[in-house]
Design a protein around this ligand. Structure first.
Ligand code: T4K
Length: 371
């Protein structure tokens, strides 16, 4: 298994630093419930993102669910279909209808010009996704939200250490939700944070992730268990010590992929705007199969045969997965750009688990498959 190359292979920092922290956890016997490492992780995140509050969670899906609840969302919420299924599930799980909006084919993010037509009296929010770490058109979405009295939430699962122009992602809208899952650029094994500049919202998030407790034996509202544990925070703090190194590796891999695959007909490695801060976490390839002489799925299949586990993120789009397909089988009719893109894109392995030699092998394989 280990000789295979996976998209999503974790970046891991110093073993010694992590184990030293785990030793501390043993000594302290403080394992969860706002332990010292979780508090340090939250404070570090607030500083890095330039945001007032970062509330650590057990994962981003639960973080989204809690943020949605803490913001009082109901009815319908507008979001892209071109995202990981968790974005839609976090709404549907709470009986809120996800209303899928088409994307901008250049940015792959929700297209603000298509949002207003989807607003109904039941709409309570827009949920943007900063896909691949590239910021949504935050300004346009905020204007629409303000005009219609809607909340604005961002799924920033991919966007840690990324910026929109000069501002770090983390302080936009009412709140933003980051993932630190194993496959993410910085991981806490499993984990996430919700970031916000709103004091009241931060307090509600903190209470909701801890069963609604407001003090010993005192529960004032419904809550769940969304807490991050100490080992996760220890992993996060350790990995953050290698943040610059991980970005440098990702950036170098990205440039090498762009260089080696530049001349292939019908194939483009998606560009990042390097005037913005960027984690280069995903190497996203757009394939025009007619020009390339091979279909996307055949190319991915042939790579898998050679042990390169490329991924068709985010195929086939949430609207074609259940329960959304059954609830609205016609949704695809309003999502022409999404429908096109899900047939064309795939992701290649990168990160600190991929060596330069691995990367050259992946490029050689692709060069041999595309005419
Ligand atoms: N919103 C967005 C936009 C997201 O992308 C995600 C998560 C979320 C919300 C929710 O965040 P969390 O609740 O997870 O914090 C994976 C991840 O499980 C998922 O977290 C991530 N997005 C998504 C993009 O990728 P799958 O279904 O592709 O997982 P899986 O098991 O196929 O793993 C992916 C690859 O990673 C495998 O090829 C092997 C490799 N891998 C994985 C793990 C866990 C490793 O090499 N080592 C590992 O420990 O969803």
């Amino acid at each position: 298994m280990n000789d295979k190359l996976y998209v999503g292979r974790p970046n891991i920092g110093s073993r010694e630093a992590f184990l030293a922290r785990v030793n501390d956890i043993y000594d302290r016997r403080w394992l969860s419930n706002d332990g010292p490492y979780v508090l340090e992780f939250e404070a570090t995140m607030s500083r890095l993102l330039g945001v007032k509050h970062c509330v650590a969670m057990c994962n981003a899906t639960v973080g989204l669910e809690i943020a949605i609840r803490a913001l009082g969302l109901t009815g319908e919420v507008i979001l892209p279909s071109f995202t990981f299924i968790a974005t839609a599930h976090a709404l549907q799980w709470q009986q809120i209808t996800p209303v899928f909006c088409d994307i901008d084919p250049l940015t792959h993010n929700i297209d603000p010009s298509k949002v207003e037509a989807l607003i109904t009296p039941r709409t309570t929010a827009i949920l943007g996704v900063h896909l691949w770490g590239r910021a949504c058109n935050v300004e346009a979405l905020q204007k629409i939200a303000d005009r219609h009295g809607l909340k604005l939430l961002f799924d920033a699962a991919h966007a840690f250490a990324c910026s929109d122009n000069g501002r770090m992602i983390g302080g936009f809208g009412d709140a933003e939700v980051f993932s630190f899952h194993a496959t993410k650029f910085i991981n806490t094994l499993e984990g996430g944070i919700v970031s916000t500049n709103n004091d009241d919202l931060a307090l509600r998030l903190r209470q909701m992730k801890n069963f609604g407790f407001t003090g010993y034996d005192q529960v004032e509202s419904i809550g769940t268990n969304g807490k991050m544990n100490e080992v996760s925070a220890a992993m996060g703090l350790t990995n953050l010590e290698s943040l610059d190194e991980f970005i440098a590796i990702n950036r170098a891999h990205y440039h090498r992929y762009r260089e080696r695959l530049a001349d292939l007909p019908g194939l483009t490695v998606m560009p990042y705007d390097e005037t913005w801060k960027c984690n280069f976490q995903y190497i996203v390839v757009d394939l025009d199969s007619e020009i390339a002489g091979i279909s996307r799925d055949e190319l991915v299949r042939r790579l898998h045969e050679q042990g390169v586990i490329a991924r068709r993120y985010f195929f086939p789009g949430c609207h074609r997965m259940e329960p959304y397909l059954t609830l609205n089988p016609e949704a695809g009719g309003n999502l022409p750009e999404t429908e096109k893109l899900v047939q064309r894109l795939f992701c290649l392995p990168t990160g600190s688990g991929v060596s330069v030699a691995d990367l050259e092998r992946v490029c050689d394989l692709i060069r041999g498959l595309v005419k």
